[in-house]
Design a protein around this ligand. Structure first.
Ligand code: ATP
Ligand code: MG
Length: 434
């Protein structure tokens, strides 16, 4: 493909960068677009996997028909088949009407199956059938339907490993992977890092009418050395944060370091939290178990720090407002407590339907969609010191990460380096449903 076409695509879709590996991805996308071949896009978190399926659709003969992007990781396991393939009215509790399903409505169009590695095995079998024969059956029906859908899929998990572990069907993998496109991580893209920094700095300065931040030469060098575990998404968030929070417009390495951009970023913390250590294309030697152990270690240390901090604040509060009795719970009799069977050190005791703030940290109520409402201050309940179990730490971490991301489950799952499906399951398991 000639360079001009690639540049036009970049301009049209807001893709920034000149790295050869990125150009190659765009080139393959344009070349494969007019065919009906399945495409599987690989790449770490935040590398920009979501734009290429759109490029493929828009440059195909299907461009005037429907395009749907479906995140397979976020569809609950119980309804995923019905979402994808449709269902017949009354086929299960809650099936109040017939549902067409994406494979039906996208007929003659394109389906982008994001996080395809998260599909349950039963759904994988249905998907294989529709890919091979164009046939599918709606949930609760026996009638075979036909559809003509082009599939583009994306994943950031190591599919070979998933196959070895029996989590992904090998036949489906080969069927999806007819044309593989591997998007390079940001750390390999050299000067593109600087270009992206400038673009994001400009975007946010326009939006908020502020002077754009710029890099000193040393800061530029630091950005090139940094490993970018969260790739472009992380870079954009960093630029947004610095642009708004930093008083300086000239960004030095010292300022970057205060945002945890360091030249030894391959340390354990970064690896685990941002999924840097996740196996992509079989490159990493670390096993899932190692990752899990590291995560638990990390959670334990975070848990301890949080506990120490709360203790400190608690002591200060006690000093300012001495408790009248040994215990100072503020709980209205008629209001149930959150999950009373599980008690955590300094767990807040709250009214069920009120958002609340403990020591400046805001937690959403159980029936509030993590949106902003009136915030109610409550005291904390001192509980006997007991080391938190991994489960407790995970629960706490989920609450705090959800809060930090204003309830956005996708971002929360990504930050915790778990799939959205796992997050949904844990929210249910820990009684955090809203
Ligand atoms: N080359 C690029 N130029 C400009 N913006 C980009 C580029 N690549 C990615 N982005 C931006 O980075 C962010 C992350 O991209 P995207 O959501 O496509 O990542 P992803 O690979 O799907 O990540 P994940 O695996 O976590 O879902 C988006 O806001 C996207 O617009
Ligand atoms: Mg994505």
């Amino acid at each position: 493909m000639d360079d001009k076409t690639i540049q036009q695509v970049k301009q049209r879709y807001g893709i920034v960068g000149n790295y050869e590996g990125l150009n190659r991805c765009i080139d393959i996308a344009i070349q494969v677009a007019p065919t009906d071949l399945s495409v599987l896009i690989y790449g770490e978190n935040g590398v920009g996997k979501e734009v290429l399926p759109r490029v493929i659709h828009d440059n195909s003969t299907r461009k005037h028909n429907k395009y749907f992007a479906i995140n397979c990781g976020s569809l609950p396991e119980g309804t995923i088949d019905s979402e994808l393939f449709g269902h017949k009215k009354g086929s299960f509790t809650g099936a109040l009407d017939d549902r067409e399903g994406y494979f039906g409505v996208a007929n003659k169009g394109t389906l982008f199956l994001d996080e395809v590695g998260e599909l349950p095995l039963a759904t994988q079998a249905r998907l294989l059938r529709v890919l091979e024969t164009g046939e599918y059956i709606r949930v609760g029906e026996s009638e075979v339907r036909k559809t003509d859908v082009r599939i583009v899929a994306a994943t950031n998990v190591n599919m070979q490993k998933a196959i070895r572990e029996g989590r992904f069907r090998e036949d489906l993998y080969y069927r999806l992977n007819t044309i593989p496109i591997s998007i390079p991580p940001l750390r390999e893209r050299g000067r593109d890092i600087e270009l992206l920094f400038r673009k994001f700095a400009y975007d946010i300065s326009e939006k908020y009418h502020i002077e754009p931040v710029r890099l000193t030469e040393d800061a530029r060098v630091l950005l090139l050395k940094y490993k970018w575990p969260g790739n472009i998404r992380q870079l954009r968030n960093l630029v947004d944060q610095i642009s708004i929070i930093s008083k300086e417009r000239e960004i030095t390495p010292e300022i970057l370091k205060s945002y945890e951009v360091t030249d030894d970023s391959m340390g354990e913390t970064g690896l685990v939290l941002h999924g840097q250590n996740r196996e992509v294309h079989g490159q990493s030697q670390h096993s899932y178990e190692q990752e899990r152990d590291m995560l638990f270690q990390l959670l334990s240390s975070i848990g301890k720090e949080v506990k120490d901090l709360k203790e400190l604040v608690h002591n200060n509060m006690e000093h300012l407002h001495p408790a009248p009795q040994e215990n100072y719970r503020i709980v209205e009799e008629d209001m149930p407590e959150i999950d009373a069977s599980v008690q955590y050190a300094h767990q807040p005791v709250i009214r069920q339907s009120q958002p609340y703030v403990v020591n400046g940290q805001r937690y959403p109520s159980q029936n509030e969609n993590y949106a902003n409402h009136n915030i109610q201050e409550v005291d904390i309940e001192p509980i006997d010191e007991a080391p938190m179990s991994n489960r407790e730490l995970m629960r706490k971490n989920i609450i705090e990460t959800l809060k930090r991301n204003n309830g956005n489950r996708k971002k929360t799952a990504s930050e915790l380096d778990i799939s959205e499906r796992t997050l949904y399951r844990k929210i249910k398991e820990y009684g955090l449903e809203i």
